[in-house]
Design a protein around this ligand. Structure first.
Ligand code: IPE
Ligand code: IPE
Ligand code: MG
Length: 228
């Protein structure tokens, strides 16, 4: 059985670079190189949706030089790739508080969403300026503002950045860390978790395939008992 929606916590760029004797920023650059291959592979497998955690609300606490490098890397990446993304039928969507980003970067992100809006081969979400707690509180506050007095799961989910999307079936984190770091805390309530020691720049399609095989062997019971 294959997942509909796979989410990645792309971790370990800095340590990858350090091991190669390179500056951290080179690790971030290397970390963008495998994206295309992973997306193509997922499309071949008919996985509907991928989500990549690229920059958290907490990542703003990094040194300014690293934060601005990441901003330029992100905007260069989408400027360079947008044409091919459209041709490949990718629908790109950003999850997070984009108002935290400088306006030239935001313009590139907006343009990417606009030009890929009709893509129907695969949806690719990029979590940027994303933090689950912030997302949940923003949802609560928007409902309060409307004077809503009672909330059900459907209404609540409709106020999250992931409104209308299926929950992630599988969350993969690289670099050996075993935590969620404020990623999809509500949506991931029943996600299968997969951890690998590989650093993100080394996470290739073979590693992805291994994760999918492991996912296929899991028994998702959702609190029930296994059906035979
Ligand atoms: C993940 O790699 C990328 C971002 C969080 C932007 P890191 O930069 O966290 O790499 P490590 O964890 O320091 O190795
Ligand atoms: C998680 O990685 C965030 C992203 C991959 C964007 P971090 O490197 O920021 O997480 P912590 O600080 O180790 O929990
Ligand atoms: Mg990290």
């Amino acid at each position: 059985m294959l997942p509909r929606h796979v989410a990645f916590i792309m971790d370990g760029n800095g340590r990858w670079a350090k091991e190669q004797g390179l500056p951290r920023n080179q690790g971030h650059r290397a970390g963008t190189n495998n994206l295309k291959r992973l997306i193509k592979y997922a499309r071949k497998k008919e996985i509907e949706m991928l989500t990549f955690y690229a920059f958290s609300t907490e990542n703003f606490s990094r040194p300014m030089s690293e934060v601005s490098f990441l901003f330029s890397l992100i905007s260069e990446y989408f400027q360079r790739e947008i044409q091919e993304m459209v041709e490949e039928g990718m629908r790109v969507h950003f999850l997070g508080d984009l108002s935290l980003f400088p306006s030239p970067v935001r313009m590139v992100l907006d343009k990417t969403e606009r030009l890929t809006a009709k893509g129907d081969a695969i949806q690719v979400n990029i979590a940027l300026g994303y933090g689950s707690r912030k997302e949940i509180l923003a949802a609560v506050n928007s409902l309060l503002k409307e004077g809503v007095r009672e909330v059900d799961e459907e209404l609540f989910a409709s106020r999250l950045y992931t409104a209308g999307m299926p929950d992630p079936d599988l969350i993969i984190r690289t670099s050996g860390e075993m935590r969620l770091s404020n990623f999809l805390l509500y949506q991931g309530a029943y996600s299968e978790l997969y951890f690998t020691d590989l650093y993100w720049p080394d996470f290739d399609t073979e590693a992805f395939e291994e994760a999918l095989t492991e996912y296929g062997s899991r028994s998702r019971r959702y609190g029930g008992i296994e059906e035979k």
